[in-house]
Design a protein. Sequence first.
Length: 764
Amino acid sequence: MDCASCARTIEQGVQSMPGVATCELHFTSEKLYVTGNVDPARVQERVRALGYTITDLATAAPAAPTAPPAHSFWAFLWQRTNTRFALLGAILILPSIILHELLGYEHHLLDVSALAALLCAGTPIAHSAWRALWHNRAITINLLMTLAALGAVLIGAYTEAGMVIVLFALGEALEGYTGNRARASIQSLLAVMPSTATLLRPAAPAAPPPADDNCAEPCTDKCSSTCGATCSPSASPHEREVPIAALHIGDVILVRPGERIPMDGRIVAGASSVDQAPITGESRMLEKASGDTVFASSINGAGALEIKVTHLAADNTISRVIRMVEEAHEQRAPTQRFIDRFAHSYTPLVVGLAILIASGPPLLLGQPFWNTPTGEQGWFYRALALLVIACPCALVISTPVSLVSAISNAARRGVLFKGGIHLETLNRVQAIAFDKTGTLTLGKPTVIQTYAPSCPAPRLLTTAEACPACDDLLALASSVEQRSEHPLGRAIVAAAHERGLHMRYPSATQVTALVGRGVSGDVQGQQVLLGSHRTFEQQPILHPPAQCAAAHADAAAGYTPVLVSVDQSYRGTITLADTVRPSSAAALAALRQTGIAHLVMLTGDNRHTAAQIGAAVGITEIHAELLPEAKVAQLRSLQAQYGPVAMVGDGINDAPALAAADVSIALSGQAGGTAQAMETADVVLMRDDLHLLPFAVRLSHATMQTIHANIVFALGSKLIFLILVLLGMGSLWLAVLADMGASILVTLYGMRLLTWQPRTLVQE
């Protein structure tokens, strides 16, 4: 398909078939969706009868991921039979243009050359027009151009007839080329996926089986078989290269330095830096070690990694991203739906208007029907020019090409829009509501303060001052929590690592978890207990009552105090809290720069904690202590007050509020939240960085500005040329140049969004 008019022709043809309930053809993805009680073979027959090729996705063999071919425009033309004829027509029309139109030379051979050009370039166009008229009873742009060319032949304007058809054919081909480049943006996402992986250990240990019935021997380092699995001569006897589709959950694969990671998984051995830009858009390398999650299509750094597969190839994060971006392309935004409905009745109206223009002035006012010998344009000629200029292609293509380009750009930068409608709605949002935990904050505890009785005052962990007693307290606690899976324990161990204290004591022995109360262990003969203030009140532990009172106050304020005793004697307190996400304050400041006037916090946490976080990130409108249903009610109130409201959450525990918002936005997370976030939200931020949010808002503004500019240009250019035509100042070849030029310009202008980025953005 070269233009949106082709898509509309196929849609109308299939929709008119008996048994078809709904039919949608998406020009950008070239995918046809049909529902109803109809044989798919009959649908394919109808599409082929209209002159187009079609493949059934359900039966087509899946293609290996490859990069899109980088063809030049002329190579693209030469690949297609119709455009080869258009190129031949362009060569044939050149003598007539140069000698007749420019130099005024008259010769019957020039007319023959122009007619030959008309036949070469125009036969496929006329054929397509006839098929649409016969099967669909529809008037298409191809019919308008055919009528205009035949009309020009009728009045003896052979050169203009040939130019109209040749320029139209080349313009359609250029539209197809630019559309193909837009589609290539999605194929480029797919191209980063490796097609094979190095299998170390299958999920179920067994002797390596033959890859298929034609393979007589298992794969080894001396494998000479020709099956699907291949073995490298330098590989270990346990290594074999297999297609990624053959991998199962639990398989362990090897990724060497510099290779792309082929599957989502968890590192079981090795450490390396990993480039996750294809998934998250991050420009920096991330350090990964055993236990960390990695994504397919990420690039491994300098270390070898053994990775346990956690998702099948079809369910990898990159596969889900590609699938959702394709689905987003196929969702028609409100502006696009309106233009499609308008274009449906627009073309027949143009034909009717052309008939009125051709016949009205001659019949009612005695104006000339044919061109006069003095050079005055007759109304028949003006009607032909109207048929050419009134083509709706520029108007129809103005919206989808902009939306596709913007969605593709966002996906590459780590923002996943699930449809053009969400881009449109985000453009109108004046208020954004934020969940607190896991959105404005990190959603996990962090040690913020330590206190030992010998210290003059509690020490913030961010201070550079050394306190031997506090350091010893943290080292002891880390020794007990060394193998803990509890979030508080992991936070204490991480804090000890940051200060280089984790090796001061060996790992505790006889570690016992006191369910709901704490944990105890033996550290070099000392009995160390970590617990809450309630635990200490219930145990025979020597401790100052003031410390339990202070712990009570901290807990009431939203902090988590962990008291530490050694041999039943109070040693100190470690205070933890959910800390503000580093990007929150700067990202919210950037949001205000985009024009978002109202930033609101909706949280179930207590008012004191919510106020502290709000002050840290710059939010003044705070609604705290909200149950899930109260969050929804508050969101409805915000919508009544401010209009469309976006809601930002973690995509897991904010489902009711996200569902109630006009645009739901989720942070995907790096460890388990990705799949849930992708399913629940309209927009997914593929990394835990709120700076992506102002980028998404600015992109929505730029997209709608581009769409509006394209619509104004498409309609304005046609209106101006229509006035020129009615005044007798236009010509057929100028009309087709104006029409095709408008279509090409709006396409190229919309495709700018593929590489758009904000000029200024507040960064932390």
